[in-house]
Design a protein around this ligand. Structure first.
Ligand code: RTP
Ligand code: MG
Length: 221
């Protein structure tokens, strides 16, 4: 049976209700989880995971971002799951993803885009191998049940700060505002629905997003 390796990235996981909504949307497509782990990603693993992008200018930022706060690392299983998850996520850049796609709904801006998914059968195999050998990800008959519990635990309420986060990031880039106020607003927004995630971690994520803003501002100098 076909498998896909999927990560809900820190910008999703730190927002508990949003990560539950993303997870539910994937499960509702009929995909079954065979591995499910919430974990902090060591820098070394983030580098190996995105090794294909090692020469790209955004690589150092991408590694910092992925390792800033916990992620949900998962293996989904179903016929057609690789293309299915990619379709559900939508385009890589949030502003290019359609509004009904998961990145379009919950991604923040550009490559701050909520989730990763394998793009081909060979990539899925090598990513699953990497994350089981170097990331402690384990197949388990309880994975699906654990994911359903995660959803039950976090889906209630109406917390969704996506539009607030987008406004902060877009305005800061547009007005070339890299003041401490922007960083503090990001810290505040990321800590609001982050049950069980430490302030240190939500602050690290805020810093990664702030660094992204700074890089965008520097680009147009
Ligand atoms: P992913 O691997 O995360 O599922 O994303 P993807 O296949 O849709 O896109 P890919 O080209 O593999 O990019 C990997 C991740 O790098 C970040 N990115 N930033 N120009 C940029 O600033 C840029 N391009 C890509 C995104 O986080 C993207 O998901
Ligand atoms: Mg990719």
């Amino acid at each position: 049976m076909e498998r896909s390796f999927v990560i809900i990235k820190p910008d999703g996981t730190v927002r508990r209700r949003v990560s539950a909504l993303v997870l539910k949307a994937l499960i509702d497509r009929g995909y079954r989880l065979v591995a499910f782990r919430e974990m902090k990603v060591p820098e070394s693993l983030a580098k190996l995971h995105y090794a294909v992008h090692a020469e790209k200018p955004f690589f150092p930022w991408l590694v910092d971002f992925l390792s800033s706060a916990p992620v949900l690392a998962m293996i989904f299983e179903a016929e057609g799951v690789i293309q299915g998850v990619r379709d559900a996520l939508g385009a890589t850049f949030v502003q290019k993803a359609t509004p009904d796609s998961l990145r379009g709904k919950y991604g923040i801006w550009a490559g701050i885009n909520i989730a990763h998914a394998s793009d081909a059968p060979e990539t899925a195999v090598s990513e699953i191998d990497l994350w089981t050998t170097k990331g402690g990800l384990q197949e388990s008959s309880e994975a699906h049940e654990k994911a359903l519990k995660y959803i039950q635990q976090h889906i209630f309420g109406d917390a969704d700060y996506t539009s607030n986060l987008r406004d902060v990031v877009k305005n800061a880039i547009e007005h070339r505002d890299v003041s401490n106020d922007v960083l503090q607003t990001l810290q505040d927004l990321f800590s609001r629905d982050a049950e069980g995630i430490s302030k240190q971690e939500t602050d690290m994520l805020a810093k990664a997003v702030f660094d992204f803003i700074k890089e965008e501002v520097e680009k147009v100098e």
